[in-house]
Ligand binder design. Structure first.
Ligand code: FUB
Length: 446
């Protein structure tokens, strides 16, 4: 009984303190990068790198700095639970605990065990450069036990592991080019000599291999420096070790200039998704990155349509949650902008600034319940005073509230009865009426 109570209290604290709700970027209370995403037992698990700012004596200033890994899970692509640290550099017997280079990881399940693969530099006396280690768990969120030694025969970064339909495991990694080998059934040792994978552009760094299979086609996706920064590309094959045929660009270079990108692709509930990263939470320093996701679509011939990054991202937002309209689906060309709420603490997120009459922002896929009457709450601030029109849109556009934001000098929640309470899935439009400058943090319906 005591143990049950302890366990229940732990679960409540995990859910209460670590439940993160987000659009893009998906995780907004810490930096995350290099997302490897997996579906285990109908739950989505996100295994990212964990960027941190370097401090004197801890990592190298101006460079990547990572000391551990967290895992996050979600049942709906919207609400993410942080399960905390699963592997850290000072608990891996072979790893250099002062390297701060726990780069892009991956995780896979085999026969009820979860194998977490990660690159890291070895202690002095061990192999030079990056090695790849494995930590094993009975659950996707750990506890993970690191193996005493890294995998023999692999020198490189960005491990990616796949198990083919016939049960054969494969491991891929990068070292300027892309490499692969078969894995033994124990998932801990190579079963074949590493080969350089063929069929990719010769020039420019390639890293971050991530292979997936659909309808008998093996898609190898990877970041590539075709020009100055990385873009995501893919190549296709009928064999997990190739040869591959270059097939195109999956995502263009980041518009904000983030030098790296890194991807994984999953199918969840009949929809395909691309997970990647950008520098949303640290636009001035692109080694502190943030994981994003957008929907991915195939053409009839099996090629992939280029994914255009969005702020809205994926997943449905419940109308009763704080709807962050700054993660918009569309907006008017002028009169509306997005800025950090607090430039000294970017983890506080963003606000929308309306400063022109009839400027608008649209936020898609909000799910309303079955109530017939209700309120909208708007967390806003206006130095001038102003009015917001809130509408829903499916086939028709319908105004559901006119909210006067009083003149003031701080954030306050303004609550207004709705003209009518929407039901089902709707897009929300927030528009200004008349002049004035209005800043909005979030809106919510109850
Ligand atoms: O996160 C460190 C490195 O940056 C990764 O290993 C690469 O794929 C790139 O994203």
């Amino acid at each position: 009984m005591k143990d049950f109570k302890k366990c229940a209290a732990l679960m409540v604290s995990i859910l209460w303190f670590n439940c993160l709700m987000a659009q893009n970027p998906l995780i907004q209370n810490q930096f995350t990068a290099d997302p490897s995403v997996r579906v285990f037992n109908n739950m989505i698990y996100l295994y990212p790198s964990h960027d941190i700012p370097a401090t004197p004596g801890h990592g190298r200033a101006g460079w990547f700095c990572m000391q551990d890994y967290h895992v996050f899970s979600s049942s709906n692509l919207t609400d993410w639970v942080d399960h905390g640290v699963i592997v850290s550099q000072n608990k891996v017997p072979w790893a250099d605990s002062a390297a701060y280079s726990m780069w892009a990881p991956d995780c896979i399940e085999r026969a009820g065990k979860y194998y977490f693969y990660f690159p890291a530099p070895a202690k002095s006396g061990g192999p030079k450069g990056f090695s790849v280690g494995v930590a094993v768990a009975d659950k996707p969120y750990g506890p993970f036990v690191p193996q005493p030694l890294p995998i023999a025969g692999i020198h490189g970064i960005d491990p990616n592991v796949q198990i083919d339909k016939d049960g054969q495991g494969y491991i891929y990694w990068a070292q300027g080019n892309l490499y692969g080998a078969k894995l033994k059934a124990n998932m801990l040792e190579l079963a074949s000599e590493p080969v350089k994978l063929e069929g990719f552009p010769d020039k420019g760094l390639k890293e971050g291999p991530y292979l997936f299979e659909r309808k008998g086609i093996y898609y190898m996706t990877y970041p590539h420096v075709a020009d100055k920064t990385e873009r995501l590309e893919y190549a296709m094959s009928d064999n997990p070790l190739g040869p591959f045929k270059y097939a195109g660009v999956l995502m263009d270079e980041s518009a904000s200039g983030c030098w790296t990108n890194h991807q994984s692709v999953i199918e969840f509930k009949n929809q395909w998704y691309l997970f990647y990263h950008n520098d949303d939470l640290s636009p001035a320093f692109d080694k502190n990155r943030a994981v994003r996701a957008d929907s991915l679509f195939f053409n009839e011939d099996g090629t992939i349509r280029k994914v255009i990054p969005t702020l809205r991202g994926i997943g449905v937002t419940a109308s009763s949650k704080k709807i962050q309209i700054d993660r918009y689906s569309a907006k008017s060309e002028d009169g509306v902008g997005v800025e950090f709420i607090d430039t000294l603490n970017k983890f506080k997120g963003w606000k929308t600034i309306f400063n022109k009459t009839n400027s608008w922002i649209k936020y898609n896929s909000v799910l309303f319940g079955k109530q017939t009457a209700g309120y909208v709450s708007v967390n806003a601030w206006s130095a001038t005073g102003g009015t917001l029109l809130i509408s829903t849109e499916d086939n028709l556009r319908k105004v559901i509230a006119r909210v006067a934001i009083p003149k003031g000098n701080n954030w306050s929640v303004v609550k207004k009865a709705l003209i009518s309470m929407p039901t089902g899935m709707k897009n929300i439009i927030v528009q200004t009426e008349g002049s004035g400058r209005v800043e909005v943090d979030w809106i919510s319906f109850n």
